[in-house]
Design a protein around this ligand. Structure first.
Ligand code: ARG
Length: 450
């Protein structure tokens, strides 16, 4: 008979059982479920709700169950529906009727709210470490490339020269914000929900603060209805994950573009690329493409839960069981992506000569020519117009600004002297952008902490 079978006169249909069960996916929270139950049992004994001997029996049973689950010796069953009732079933089978006392003053509604928080708390630390690792790789590369000139783009058109370090450090900043969002999510997750019961708390004299301490939380949830129906922490994690994946996806897109023969700014290592089954010459950036693709998948996970939650009346509704697969998928996906991203980046070889020569073409120093005229006293708007005419002339004659004769320059403006050629060198263009946050080698060095 079902644990809740008392008021039913007939068995569940097999279809109901299968459709209703979550154990196939929520079993991944068995450690957290057991940790929560151990803390709950300790507290029940301290409060005189169960005896010391009963508590000891329960805790010993639970730790054996954990061990057996780790060793794959216990089989979860769909009949017991979810991880919570499976473990309770194992416990009662192991220690007898005392096992039935564990669920005193507790509901699966506050239990699942706890398990999911504990699970996510562990995963947040794992994700945090992986993210820091990608940041480390970025810093290392940035330190190597503070003087590697490359074109910066707007509209995917060459705009102004920057350095590879500056470009990489842009991603470092994105990940810095992601880290902030992750830490922020952890702060709000840090509330212990046990004691909320099914929805209306309990009449038993629980010590919620004790359970909070036992489980390493800093606060207890403040409203039982909210505590059992809140999944904001999962949504916040998936929001963090979506934004972070968007950053990795943009970076992936650039690595894919830069690996083309047309760009040739980077060559990804053989170990982190794949071949074609038909075209022998191919070396494809599949990993970067998959990170880009999996970004859509993580957005899907976030949207799934947002839509599940959007019209739910208080308090718990079974719809909320749909939170887990989305959250687990987002966790697994971001971890895998961060895990491959770090070595893929670390082993990439940047083709610095191609980058530098690309930076020299495409009039990336046109703004500098205008700035030069401004320094000689021309208002910026007039300087802009002068340079526009000079650029048009160069385009028509298929030359770069550096190749324009001084006499021709003087036709455009009498303010231009021989020093213009030095001024327009792309290395100088980058070096003079010493403004805080700019691409000059020394600002990149400071940003990369070298
Ligand atoms: N398996 C359920 C879930 O994941 C646990 C809570 C079920 N509570 C209930 N009253 N049906 O949400």
């Amino acid at each position: 008979m079902k644990m809740w079978g008392g008021r039913f006169s007939r068995e569940s249909d097999k279809l109901t059982e299968d459709f209703n069960a979550s154990v196939s996916f929520d079993q991944r929270m068995f450690r957290q479920d057991i940790a929560g139950s151990v803390a709950h049992a300790r507290m029940l004994a301290r409060q005189g709700i169960i005896s010391e001997a009963e508590k000891d029996l329960i805790i010993r049973g639970l730790s054996e169950i954990r061990q057996e689950l780790e060793e794959g010796k216990l089989q979860f069953t769909v009949e017991a529906e979810d991880v919570h009732m499976n473990i309770e079933t194992f416990l009662t089978a192991k220690i007898g009727d005392v096992g039935k006392k564990l669920h005193t003053a507790r509901s699966r509604n506050d239990q699942v709210a706890l398990d999911l928080r504990l699970y996510l708390r562990d995963e947040i630390s794992a994700v945090r470490d992986l993210l820091l690792n990608v940041q480390e790789v970025l810093l290392g590369l940035a330190r190597e490339h503070t003087t590697t000139i490359m074109p910066g783009y707007t509209h995917l058109q060459k705009a102004q020269p920057v350095t590879l370090a500056h470009h990489l450090l842009a991603y470092f900043e994105m990940l810095r914000r992601d880290l902030g969002r992750l830490d922020d999510c952890k702060k709000r997750l840090d509330s212990m929900p046990l004691g909320s019961g099914a929805l209306a708390g309990t009449g038993f004299p629980l010590d919620r603060d004790y359970v909070k301490e036992e489980l390493g939380f800093t606060q207890i949830t403040r409203n039982s209805l909210d505590a059992v129906s809140d999944r904001d922490f999962a949504l916040e994690f998936m929001s963090f994950a979506s934004i972070m994946m968007m950053h990795l996806s943009r970076f992936s897109e650039e690595l894919i573009l830069w690996s083309t023969e047309e760009f040739s700014f980077v060559e990804l290592d053989d170990a982190f690329t794949t071949g074609s089954s038909i075209m022998p010459q191919k070396k494809n950036p599949d990993l970067a493409e998959l990170v880009r693709g999996k970004t859509g998948r993580v957005y899907g996970d976030l949207i799934t839960l947002l839509v599940v939650m959007k019209s739910l009346p208080l308090a718990y509704n079974k719809d909320m069981q749909e939170d887990k697969e989305a959250l687990f998928d987002a966790v697994d996906t971001v971890k895998k992506c961060l895990m491959v991203f770090a070595p893929m980046l670390q082993t990439a070889s940047f083709k610095t000569a191609a980058m530098a020569s690309a930076a020299r073409g495409g009039f990336t120093n046109a703004t500098d020519l205008a700035d030069y005229l401004v320094q000689k006293g021309l208002p910026f708007r007039d300087a802009h117009a002068v340079v526009g005419r000079a650029v048009l002339y160069c385009i028509e004659h298929k030359i770069d600004l550096e190749q324009l004769d001084l006499s021709l320059y003087r036709d455009f403006s009498q303010l231009i002297d021989e020093d213009i050629y030095h001024y327009l060198d792309v290395n100088r263009c980058v070096e003079r952008r010493r403004v805080p946050g700019g691409p000059a080698p020394e600002t990149a060095e400071a940003a990369a902490g070298s």
